[in-house]
Design a protein around this ligand. Structure first.
Ligand code: AMP
Length: 380
């Protein structure tokens, strides 16, 4: 079976590495000849919007998936006329637009932060009445890793942000005083079978994910069930096949939906060593109509991203149970170039090694420092 992947970044690369034991081969479509998935599979260089590039890419493939959600929906739809494209392009379309995805999840009865579409000054005034201050003004499309959004604390700031963000195509959201950010990785097979990984706690800095802890400390069954119920609704409504990631805010015992990604997700990288079956393998199993693998965690895992930073590999690998993933990308500030996962049998062991992990990853301030809090044992 030959799998085509729209996008050739590290998610595609890890999909291929997980797919080789299953006898699959991979072709990636990416506008950059440097795309790092090209180091482990066939790379087709071309623009997603170029019909000739799409035809070249599609030749001889059995199915198509994506590792990047800002692929033009038209590209996915045009490929879907020739081949199975999974997850379904309508999920891609929804996830590209912060307003649509929030409205969609709210229509399923899922809690979200208060939000209002903004296409000009009148909408902004109405939105501020509905949502209140402080709030976040975000672009509906195209933003990622905290880009394309502004925190607004006053009406004047909101007007300034409206101009700075282009005046239209925006969404105003209430700023949620969350206790923490968590994410759920869900997967649905072609026959409707579903599986869910345990909720993960995510720590960001500068809008970029730095650290994931899995399972999330203090995770209760009630919280897990709530997140799974949200995901189940979305998977069914979209007739979804593959891995779906939901990013959520935890406020007390409530979960508010922030955004979704119709693909494997950075907060699921820990599953490579920390779960019975990785998110990458389960995504492929789902696409191929194979039985899904167990999502049970193996002990406790911490995944730290390497952001514009190349650690000393020897020092990383000297840590017991450290797993280094280097994506083969040029190091540039703010760029995700790899990750390290630490897996331990007990939370206490893992917790005692977190400071070392984060120092090696170049993110020591994520714990204890700014916005930090000490972690205690799950369930303590
Ligand atoms: P986004 O790109 O929309 O996921 O936003 C990036 C980050 O900004 C999130 O991971 C949160 O840390 C923060 N954020 C986004 N929306 C909200 C919100 N409504 N309330 C509080 N924080 C938010």
């Amino acid at each position: 079976m030959r799998v085509g992947v729209l996008g050739g970044g590290q998610l595609g690369r890890m999909l291929a590495l997980a797919g080789y034991p299953l006898g699959l081969s991979f072709r990636f479509l990416d506008p950059s000849p440097e795309a790092c998935a090209g180091q482990v599979g066939e790379l087709c260089v071309g623009d997603f919007a170029d019909p000739e590039a799409l035809s070249r890419f599609a030749q001889g493939l059995d199915l198509v998936t994506y590792e990047f959600e800002n692929v033009p929906v038209e590209a996915a739809l045009s490929l879907a006329e020739r081949l199975p494209v999974l997850p379904p392009p309508k999920a891609l379309e929804g996830a590209q637009d912060r307003l649509r995805e929030k409205a969609f999840m709210a229509s399923l009865g899922v809690l979200t932060p208060p939000f209002h579409p903004v296409d000009g000054e009148e909408d902004l005034a109405e939105g501020l009445k509905k949502v209140g201050l402080p709030a976040l003004l975000k672009t509906r499309r195209g933003g990622y890793d905290g880009k394309g959004q502004a925190l607004v604390r006053t009406e004047e700031e909101a007007q300034g942000a409206l101009r700075a963000l282009g005046g239209r195509g925006l969404i105003l959201e209430g700023l949620v005083p969350f206790d923490r950010e968590v994410s759920l990785l869900a997967v649905r097979g072609r026959n409707g079978e579903m599986a869910f990984y345990p909720l993960v706690e995510n720590r960001h800095h500068g809008g970029i994910l730095r650290l994931s802890l899995a399972p999330a400390p203090h995770l209760t069954e009630a919280l897990q069930k709530k997140a799974e119920a949200y995901a189940r609704e979305a998977l069914l409504a979209l007739d979804y096949v593959g891995v779906l990631a939901l990013e959520l805010f935890q406020v007390g015992e409530e979960l508010l939906f922030n955004e979704m990604a119709p693909r494997v997700h950075n907060s699921g990288h820990w599953t490579l060593e920390g779960a019975e079956t990785s998110q990458f393998e389960n995504h492929l199993r789902a696409l191929l109509g194979l039985p899904l693998g167990s999502t049970a965690p193996r002990g406790y895992s911490a995944m730290a991203n390497l952001i514009g930073h190349r650690p000393d590999f020897g020092e990383v690998l000297r840590l017991p149970s450290a797993h280094l993933h280097w994506y083969g990308k040029a190091v540039r500030p703010g760029r995700k170039v790899g990750h390290i996962t630490l897996r331990r049998d007990t939370w206490e062991e893992l917790q005692s090694e977190l400071p070392r992990l984060l120092t090696l990853a170049g993110s020591p301030s994520i714990i204890g420092g700014e916005g930090g809090q000490a972690w205690t044992a799950p369930g303590a």
